[in-house]
Design a protein around this ligand. Structure first.
Ligand SMILES: Nc1ncnc2c1ncn2[C@@H]1O[C@H](COP(=O)(O)OP(=O)(O)OP(=O)(O)O)[C@@H](O)[C@H]1O
Length: 250
């Protein structure tokens, strides 16, 4: 397991936000973290990347305790795309090149520039290379931030709502690019997702949180109507449409 999380507890002051949360993910797997608003999904993602320190529990990245690793050691293995990002007067190319930072000692090598060019092509951003971030739409900017994380060549890619600003076509394209990268480059993807149908379409595994706790975890077999209805507190049915599981609120 490239990432193994056991008994993680996190509090904001005296309020429990994560209560004995555990899961594991292998290289090449796409795991979606799902659950109601406020369940603790983003907090969990931040503890994985040591932006937040859990009160208890262990987070092993490639068998090493994340709390004991340097920022650089973490960045060499794990990329994190937060829910919020700011634009600035920087070109798309330079922004994506920043993803290479942990790997660059003095200055970017030709191989770094070529890698960035490749990532821009894969994410459909080639034509945007010389545009400034502060002149992009919300969705275009979101794609750049994801491209930067891919340029980091992580072993684990953490994504907090990676499709929140994207239109239908870009939701599919971006998740397909991430899924392909996961399989081809053996990256473990851990993504907080709100859209259950997109999660079902692209993920191998699911971690369903409900109010601080793991409600259900596993493969598509845990995405039952009963589990989803209980976890979100709304009745749903799960049906197969064109060989694809879909969740329909009833
Ligand atoms: N900095 C903070 N200080 C205090 N409480 C916080 C802080 N950040 C988040 N919380 C609380 O922690 C709980 C979990 O928040 P978190 O953002 O992890 O939830 P989430 O599952 O990602 O929710 P959403 O689906 O709405 O994004 C929420 O009740 C939130 O109000």
């Amino acid at each position: 397991m490239i990432l193994s999380v056991n008994g993680v507890e996190f509090n904001y002051r005296s309020r429990i936000i994560l209560d004995k949360v555990g899961f594991a993910v292998q290289k090449g797997e796409f795991l979606s973290i799902l659950g109601n608003n406020g369940a603790g999904k983003s907090t969990l993602l931040k503890t994985l990347n040591r932006i937040l320190l859990p009160k208890k529990g262990s987070i092993l990245l490639d068998n090493q305790e994340v709390s004991k690793l340097s920022r650089l050691a973490i960045a060499l293995k794990m990329a994190y795309v937060s829910q919020h990002y700011e634009s600035n007067r920087q070109t798309v190319f330079d922004a994506v090149l920043l993803g290479r930072k942990p790997h660059i000692k003095w200055e970017a090598a030709a191989s770094d520039l070529a890698l960035v060019q490749g990532v821009l092509a894969k994410t459909g951003l080639e034509e945007y290379a010389l545009r400034y971030l502060d002149e992009l739409s919300g969705g275009e900017l979101q794609k750049v931030i994801i491209a930067r994380a891919l340029a980091q060549e992580p072993e684990v890619l953490l994504l907090d709502e990676p499709t929140s600003n994207l239109d239908l076509r870009n939701q599919i394209e971006v998740l397909r690019t991430i899924q392909t990268a996961a399989k081809e480059k053996n990256i473990a993807v851990v993504a907080v997702m709100h859209d259950l149908n997109l999660a079902l379409r692209f993920s191998d595994k699911f971690l369903l949180l409900q109010n601080t706790k793991v409600f259900a975890a596993g493969g598509p077999e845990v995405m039952t109507a009963a589990n989803i209805s209980q976890a979100y507190g709304v009745p749903v049915s799960v049906e197969r449409v064109q060989n694809q599981m879909v969740v329909i609120p009833t």
